[in-house]
Unconditional design. Structure first.
Length: 266
């Protein structure tokens, strides 16, 4: 893993993601290393994803300047890289940015795969308008390690949701991307575990084969003897529809509010 410190000229970027006005990413690159990540295609990044992290050392100061003149809107943290990946323990950039957002009273939406979000529980409780989403794709830990090698174990993420809910913070769970076979095999257990954590809002999204995704997913799918279902999912996106319907029906039967994360055609 190559970590380097860089400077940035902007902190907040406009975004078309549903429910967000701005995207804030204190890091470029991500050491969590999810093989299905489509961030490289969004960023047009040619370096090997999962093998580098650029640390934007000056982003808290740049953010403070921008917040003075920006129209108030929802700031999403974790849109193309996880703000709570391991380097956050050293650099604390996500926390420093949250302090500025609290100072200027901007609404915040955090999305993460890491239980490290709990280190900022005190600060999250100080924000007047905040929600935290935790991504969980499967309850099969062996498969989780294959597809999300350096993410927090799913049980640890569920435990984080419980702590966040006990602290009266607004939370949601993201089942995304839906992984062929991998998600389906444990989807009922996953939804039950989400409910037991105290979270009631669940969003889901299918695996989207943006440029470069198949090339990164294929070796893992082949090693797991899942090449055929992953090829089928790539070649026929509509094949996700039955499982999406099942997720919604199961979730609603458990008293959960379940909805797709993105509009059709996103």
């Amino acid at each position: 893993m190559k970590v380097r410190e860089v400077s940035c000229t902007t902190a907040l970027s406009p975004t078309s993601l549903p429910g967000l006005d701005y995207a804030l990413n204190p890091y470029r690159g991500c050491s969590i290393g999810c093989v299905y990540c489509y961030a490289p295609s969004v960023l047009r990044e040619e370096r090997t994803w999962g093998r580098f992290v650029d640390v934007k050392r000056n982003i808290p100061a740049i953010l403070a300047k921008e917040l003075k003149r920006k129209e108030r809107g929802v700031v999403g943290i974790g849109t193309v890289t996880d703000g709570y990946q391991p380097v956050e323990m050293k650099y604390r950039l996500t926390r420093l940015c949250l302090e500025q957002l609290a100072r200027f009273d901007f609404p915040v939406s955090v999305q993460t795969k890491s239980s490290l979000v709990l280190k900022d529980l005190d600060l999250l409780q100080r924000l007047s308008d905040v929600e935290v989403g935790v991504t969980i794709t499967t309850m099969d830990e062996a498969m989780r390690r294959r597809f999300e090698p350096f993410a927090s174990p799913s049980e640890r993420r569920l435990a984080a949701l419980r702590v966040l809910n006990d602290a009266d913070l607004r939370t949601w769970a993201f089942i995304g991307p839906i992984l062929p076979v991998t998600t389906e095999a444990t989807v009922e257990a996953l939804l039950r575990a989400i409910r037991e954590s105290g979270t009631r809002h669940v969003m889901f999204d299918r695996l989207r084969f943006r440029p470069g995704v198949w090339e990164r997913v294929a070796p893992t799918a082949i090693a797991a003897d899942l090449e055929a279902p992953y090829r089928a999912a790539r070649d026929e996106p509509a094949s996700f529809a039955p499982l999406e319907t099942r997720i919604r029906a199961l979730g609603e039967s458990l008293g959960l509010d379940v909805e797709p994360a993105f509009p059709d055609g996103w």
